[in-house]
Design a protein around this ligand. Structure first.
Ligand code: NAD
Length: 502
């Protein structure tokens, strides 16, 4: 029987998972809130530097343990396939735990939990296909080849919006490459990631391959990033935190991969299928209550269809059913954090003060008790200088901007610090591809939006970070190349001259 159900965890202090076992801790803890009621439901330990050190030491121990270090690639893949089967079985429970702690729709969290076994199977299949190369170096008497090795211990730091989904895109390639991992979930939403330890144990991974520590970013997170036993930090979260982490990691020359925020342009051209485009824009900003890094929060509508796009989006926003995220008819759940509710309110105020036209929402819905709900909010006549067009809100707030020509569009869309995702709706494929070439964004969706795949690299440019998750690109992130040179000439070389290639 699992101990990790919502009812079993209610009003408890969650354990951490270190060296293959759950560890009860004492000391400081942080309340985790249920966004539906606004009340705390459990708490997570604020791990001490010693506890962080224990987890990193366990992970380093796993890297030296023959049970992990000497597994063949195919054996690693098989272990991951076993984990995938368990994750598939447990997906509904994990999804429910995550909805409890971040308030996102249960059916959205179920879809993300169903992606866990998919990611594990995809990278399990890759485990025995990670190869080096043989390089003809213009020296016939030498054999030069490369091998790919695991990096070692990877610190995986994830935010609260989709903890397991964010974790698996690092964990799965990390395991395929033979690394060990210390995960630090957000202090606001840790239960799902902690529960994952049970699955790892059942699959039979050696102790220390997977560890979870919890706590505040400035304490436990900082201790993890600065730990000399960490070989790479894989961070998903806000841009300000990303910069702090890159600086801290640099002290030990620890490499980082940063998946940060976005202010993604979502374009509706005058030749678009408007039904599909408006549906895409609504989904891009109101799904997950806008709490997604790829939220299409800047809608660029072309002048010829601008008024119609505004009207249609408002009509759709008005019809959105707000309420308990576990109800199957609900389309917009609460916001995960009270501080985010306040942030949305502040942006609504600033947008109005800067002259944007509020065409829907802007407040908090009535009749939903103490829940942290905000209305789907739409501003029209937004201009590129307004804060609502420049900064990430991470809530259900859409700004609509008007553009005339494709040249204006590119100039406005690229005039932003972020460059994560982008979308364009048009029936003209040439036009879409011209946009694809010129837009500053790590991802471009054409006549679709929010359509990720574990098989397709994801990651941003500019302030949206660097490094790639998903696809074979992820293997490059979590492995390194060792170069091997063999001299088979049998000739003793001049001891004082380097044997450079001519
Ligand atoms: P956050 O940056 O506040 O926190 C993310 C994680 O970092 C948490 O686990 C936190 O405890 C930890 N952390 C904070 N300070 C730290 C420090 N000094 N050292 C080490 N760890 C530290 O972000 P959040 O509010 O949890 O999440 C929202 C942000 O995440 C948004 O900006 C969103 O765009 C971004 N995000 C990006 C992606 C992506 O794939 N690009 C995906 C999801 C979310």
């Amino acid at each position: 029987m699992t101990r990790f159900t919502i009812e079993a965890l209610r009003d408890t202090r969650l354990p951490i998972y270190v060296n293959g076992a759950y560890v009860e801790t004492s000391g400081d803890a942080i309340d985790s809130f249920d966004p539906v009621t606004g009340a705390p439901w459990c708490c997570v330990p604020d791990c001490t530097t010693q506890q962080v050190d224990d987890a990193v030491t366990a992970a380093n121990g796993a890297m030296q343990n023959p049970d992990w270090r000497d597994l063949t690639q195919s054996q690693r893949g098989l272990l991951m396939l076993k984990l995938a089967d368990i994750a598939e079985r447990e997906a509904p429970r994990l999804a429910a735990l995550e909805t409890q702690e971040n308030g996102k729709l249960l059916r959205e969290m179920e879809a993300l939990a169903a992606a866990l076994p998919v990611a594990l199977r995809y990278f399990a299949g890759m485990a025995d296909k990670i190869e080096g190369t043989t390089i003809p170096v213009n020296k016939p008497d030498m054999l030069n080849f490369t091998v790919r090795e695991p990096l070692g211990v990877i610190a995986v730091i994830v935010p609260w919006n989709s903890p397991l989904f964010m974790m698996i895109r690092a964990l799965a390639p990390c395991l395929a490459c033979g690394n060990a991992v210390v995960v630090k979930p957000s202090e606001h939403a840790a239960a799902g990631v902690i529960a994952f330890g049970e699955l790892i144990a059942e699959a039979g991974f050696p102790p220390g391959v997977f560890n979870v520590i919890t706590g505040l970013g400035q304490t436990a997170g900082d201790a993890l990033v600065k730990h000399p036993g960490v070989d790479k930090v894989d961070f998903t979260g806000g841009p300000a935190t990303g910069k702090i982490i890159a600086r801290s990691a640099a002290e030990n020359l620890t490499p980082t991969a940063l998946e940060l925020g976005g202010k993604s342009p979502h374009v509706v051209c005058d030749d678009a299928d408007l039904d599909a485009a408006v549906n895409g824009v609504v989904s891009g900003i109101f799904a997950a209550a806008g709490q997604t890094c790829v939220a299409g929060s800047r809608c660029f509508a072309q002048a010829g269809v601008y008024d119609e796009v505004v009207d249609r989006i408002v009509a759709r926003a008005k019809a959105i059913i707000i309420g308990d995220p576990c109800r199957s008819d609900v389309q917009l759940g609460p916001i995960a954090l009270w501080s985010q509710v306040e942030k949305v309110a502040e942006f609504v105020e600033s947008a109005q003060a800067q002259g944007a036209r509020l065409v829907h929402g802007g407040g908090r819905p009535q009749g939903l008790g103490q829940g942290w709900y905000v209305e789907p909010t739409v501003f029209a006549d937004v201009t590129n200088d307004m804060r609502i067009a420049r900064e990430e809100i991470f809530g259900p707030v859409l700004g609509i901007l008007k553009f005339e020509t494709d040249e204006d569009l590119i100039e406005m869309a690229n005039d932003n610090d972020f460059a994560l995702a982008s979308g364009i709706w048009t029936r003209d494929l040439n036009r879409a591809l011209r946009f694809m070439r010129r837009i500053h964004a790590g991802m471009v969706w054409i006549n679709t939006y929010r359509s990720p795949s574990v098989m397709s690299p994801s990651g941003g440019y500019k302030d949206s970070g660097y490094g790639k998750h998903n696809g074979f690109a992820a293997i490059n992130e979590f492995s390194r190349i060792k170069t091997v040179v063999i001299d088979h000439s049998g000739v003793t070389q001049d001891a004082f001259v380097m044997r450079v290639t001519k």
